[in-house]
Design a protein around this ligand. Structure first.
Ligand SMILES: [Zn+2]
Ligand SMILES: [Zn+2]
Length: 268
């Protein structure tokens, strides 16, 4: 199911709101996938940060294509102390539109007790700088919701790769967080998630690939890619019984509202 077969010049523009385009898994195909994605209507792409050691490379890739970045310390990489001071400098770079990704992950990385202070510090940075936050939450939603209630985010944020019950979605939405939706719903065993997703408010959803991770079910080899997003969006529109153009327009608008600095050009 090649994405390009469904799309043509003049189609609705879209944004990949979470793509690790700087990761080495995408080195070989990067140029081709960016070209294809642009030919298929991609207007913006947001590269989330994971660790200070990756930021320079992330910035180089973003500048090469005129894309944007979030800078943050991923819970899997919760280590050195001076990282927070260095993160502060990176948040002032012109391509930076958000803090993240940061969050809590019970399945990977150091124990939650080590992840929590790192997240708290980043939520505080986001508050001070009035930046939105890209959040990663896996099997730690109660702890994450508790922190978000204690440290409200003036510029809001996104729970990326969200997957959960309608009730969990409602609690995040009530705190002003939007939901990033990737290809997890395309898997045949994701029936429950599909039925929740069909009922979520379209104006609170963002589209993302999370490439190179989380490829759609119909792709059996190779990394996930940003140019797979139109086909993922088409599957989502089908699931939600919503016209594709409508879904693309709505999610693009939500993404631009959530990350206002995406609208600003920065030097390439
Ligand atoms: Zn993540
Ligand atoms: Zn990610």
């Amino acid at each position: 199911m090649p994405a390009s077969s469904h799309y043509h010049a003049g189609m609705e523009a879209w944004i990949d709101s979470h793509c690790h385009l700087d990761f080495p898994e995408l080195d070989a195909g990067r140029e081709t996938m960016v070209q294809q994605a642009r030919a298929d209507g991609m207007s913006h792409l947001l590269i989330p940060g994971v660790a200070v050691a990756h930021f320079a490379r992330q910035q180089a890739v973003a500048r090469q294509y005129g894309f944007h970045c979030a800078y943050g310390l991923h819970p899997w990489h919760a280590h050195e102390k001076d990282d927070l001071t260095r993160l502060e400098d990176w948040l002032q770079q012109p391509e930076c539109v958000a803090v993240g990704e940061c969050g809590l992950d019970k399945l990977r990385g150091p124990p939650l007790e080590r992840q929590i202070p790192l997240l708290e510090a980043q939520l505080e940075l986001a508050r001070q700088r009035a930046l939105p936050v890209v959040l990663h939450g896996v099997k730690a939603h109660e702890a994450l919701l508790r922190l978000l209630r204690r440290q409200p985010l003036p510029a809001g944020g996104v729970i990326h790769a969200f997957q959960g019950s309608a009730e969990l979605a409602r609690r995040y939405l009530a705190l002003g967080l939007d939901l990033g939706i990737g290809a997890a719903f395309t898997r045949p065993h994701a029936r429950r998630w599909q039925s929740v997703l069909a009922g979520l408010p379209g104006e609170r959803l963002l589209l993302e690939t999370d490439a190179p991770a989380l490829r759609p079910a119909w792709v059996t080899t190779g990394p996930n890619r940003p140019d797979y997003l139109p086909a993922i969006a088409e599957a989502l529109a089908d699931l939600r019984q919503q016209p594709l153009a409508d879904l693309l327009r709505q999610t693009r608008q939500t993404t631009l509202n959530r990350f206002p600095r995406l609208r600003e050009q920065h030097g390439s």
